[in-house]
Design a protein around this ligand. Sequence first.
Ligand SMILES: CC(C)(COP(=O)(O)OP(=O)(O)OC[C@H]1O[C@@H](n2cnc3c(N)ncnc32)[C@H](O)[C@@H]1OP(=O)(O)O)[C@@H](O)C(=O)NCCC(=O)NCCS
Length: 153
Amino acid sequence: MPPTNVRVRSAELSDLDDLVALEEHSFTSDRLSRAQFRRHLDSDSAKVLVASTGPHRFLGTAVVFFRKRSGVARLYSIATHHATRGQGVGSALLDAVEQLARRRRCRALRLEVRADNTGAVRLYERLGYRRLCALAKYYEDGADGWRYEKPLD
Ligand SMILES: CC(C)(COP(=O)(O)OP(=O)(O)OC[C@H]1O[C@@H](n2cnc3c(N)ncnc32)[C@H](O)[C@@H]1OP(=O)(O)O)[C@@H](O)C(=O)NCCC(=O)NCCS
């Protein structure tokens, strides 16, 4: 069961501390910096979503990129607070990203994931993402990845 009253909304400047802290806890490489998050908050080609309960309890985030004249949106990052993992927050964020991409008339959502991130791979496959290709040494630390895509109809 998801934590009660999970709401997914656009990130605001006041979320920056939580966004940076979650990024540091969740990833060992390829992290978004505070300056990058701040830029994405102001950008037409990016959207930072936040899952929370009430005004203060920060549960997770997803970052999605859009490109002009491209019908494919890109999920750049997704992470949830470790204390509430496995409770549906990641799925709620992905659902919100897909709705947003549909509203922007994208025909598909694409993402990359580390090949050794079995939990995330299972989540994406359960939600209908299909493997497109392997990405050799894709990550800063040399780890391999997979590219996945889901059609949005
Ligand atoms: C991957 C991640 C975003 C999933 O978020 P979540 O809130 O646990 O997502 P949900 O509860 O909706 O879905 C849980 C699914 O993720 C998987 N999962 C991944 N990590 C998990 C964890 N630590 N605890 C429980 N489930 C986990 C489970 O297999 C589960 O799949 P199932 O429902 O088929 O059993 C989250 O584990 C996370 O932040 N991980 C660290 C950052 C990361 O790896 N991001 C993905 C980069 S591509």
